[in-house]
Design a protein around this ligand. Structure first.
Ligand code: IMO
Ligand code: MG
Length: 428
């Protein structure tokens, strides 16, 4: 048995899709264990960008099994669209894509409530996909799981009760009877679509492990969006951290063999919330343009900033990351000078560990270390030794600051554009 968790170490959008696609070649099973279609994983397929939101990135390899486990919340319309798009591209998903019977379903009212809460509560800048409200119902013990969805009478009864519970918040936004009618009208189509995919994925994983299969767990979002360890309340409603694999997929902690962190060479975030290293100047604009930093799910421009080692050190700790893949280094190649945030300063106190206080997160000043730009081409380089010396120094300095080894460096969207810095690492 061999398992690897691949997760984001910042605020998502680190390039997990490409990394998972790269490593999927070596895996037998690729598993999504949390989040929903708020994720946007961009891959290159037949020379064109191809975005997946819910289906694991390994689906493009025909012989791999792809699991969406109990920790994920599922929008059936969106899953259907994705499956249809894959089918159109001649990617067969039948008998190799499986959805946990315990995964909770996102219903139309969750999406409406997501929008209402944004206007009413703290504005988080969510993707408005209904993610938070669906997880909230799971925690409230009124959620509808895939297995419940497939038992028509159970489903109808739960919808009736849930709509009574939701009536107050939905009042004035939508007519409950019309909404209910729509949900019931869509039921036959969606339940028929869902049925063949539903399985006991925790059991499937156990069987796979017994057969010595290689399993890759793919996170959505990043550690700073984690419900517990992120910039609360500006977080998503699930646990992308490595610990989330156990509860999100139904495997024991001793079954996790390795954790690979995906880290961008600079920092970005979409949505609201504290972001100490954010740049409002031409460097921020440069990174956004060069890195094509626009949300894959919502199209929103991403906020951009220098590398924040306080953030990544925090991620390295909470996930026990020993190995990292550094992405998008090529996007920094034309900068004259480069800064790295090494600590935060607030009211004359220096913080080296990521602070939990909202006030400190919001008002801390980044303490920067400065380095000269790379002064040379990075794009197209095939080995660490051939990178400009300043780029090599940048990588080594990041390793020192965050306390994990950068074993891979990605220099572009294509799967081949990856340098193996440490050739001795075997992922599985
Ligand atoms: P990938 O998998 C970047 C952000 C949203 C918002 C917050 C909560 O592409 O890395 P939600 O809709 O989840 O309730 O929104 O989380 N967010 C992401 N940001 N990449 C993602 O996924 C994200 N998924 C959610 O912008 O700030
Ligand atoms: Mg994203």
């Amino acid at each position: 048995m061999s398992t690897l968790v691949v997760l984001g170490t910042q605020w998502g959008d680190e390039g997990k899709g490409k990394v998972v696609h790269y490593l999927s070649r070596q895996a037998d099973y690729i598993v999504r264990y949390q989040g929903g279609n708020n994720a946007g994983h961009t891959l290159i397929f037949e020379d064109k960008p191809f975005v997946l939101h819910l289906v694991p990135s390994g689906v493009l390899f025909p012989e791999k099994y792809c699991l969406i486990t109990n920790g994920v919340v599922i929008d059936l319309e969106s899953l259907k669209e994705e499956v249809d798009a894959l089918t159109k591209k001649k990617v067969v998903v039948k008998n190799r894509l499986f959805v946990s019977e315990q995964a909770h379903i996102i219903l139309p009212y969750h999406k409406i409530i997501d929008g209402i809460l944004e206007d009413w509560n703290v504005k988080i800048g969510t993707t408005k996909k209904g993610i938070g409200p669906a997880y909230a119902d799971k925690v409230k013990r009124i959620g509808i799981r895939a297995v419940d969805y497939l038992e028509k009478d159970v489903f109808e009864d739960l919808i009736e009760k849930n709509l009574i519970e939701k009536a107050a918040i939905l009042k004035g936004k939508i007519d409950i009877e019309i909404l209910k009618k729509r949900i019931f009208e869509d039921y036959n189509k969606l339940s028929e679509f869902l049925r063949p995919f539903v399985a006991n994925t925790s059991f499937m994983l156990e069987e796979a492990m017994k057969e010595n299969k290689k399993i890759l767990f793919e996170s959505a979002q990043g550690t700073l969006l984690d419900l517990d360890f992120g910039t609360y309340p500006f977080v998503t409603s699930s646990n992308p951290i490595a610990g989330g694999v156990c509860s999100g997929a139904g495997i024991g902690p001793t079954k996790i063999n390795g954790v690979l962190g995906v880290v961008k060479a600079y920092t970005t975030r979409v949505g609201e919330g504290p972001f100490a290293v954010e740049l409002f100047d031409e460097v921020g604009d440069f990174l956004r343009k060069k890195g094509e930093e626009y949300g894959a799910t919502t199209g929103r421009p991403r906020r951009c900033g220098w590398f924040d080692s306080v953030v990544v050190r925090h991620s390295v700790r909470v996930n026990d990351i020993r190995n990292l893949i550094l992405t998008k280094l090529d996007c920094m190649e034309d900068l004259d000078k480069i800064k790295i945030c090494v600590a935060y300063k607030y009211k004359n106190k220096i913080y080296k560990e990521f602070p939990a206080s909202r006030t400190i997160q919001n008002y801390a000043e980044p303490v920067y270390e400065e380095m000269p730009g790379f002064q040379g081409k990075v794009k197209g380089v095939m080995s660490f030794e051939n990178l400009p010396v300043n780029a090599q120094r940048y990588i080594k300095r990041l390793e020192e600051l965050v306390g994990a080894s950068i074993d891979l460096v990605s220099l572009g969207r294509r799967r081949e554009e990856i340098i193996e810095v440490n050739k001795n690492v075997s992922w599985f």
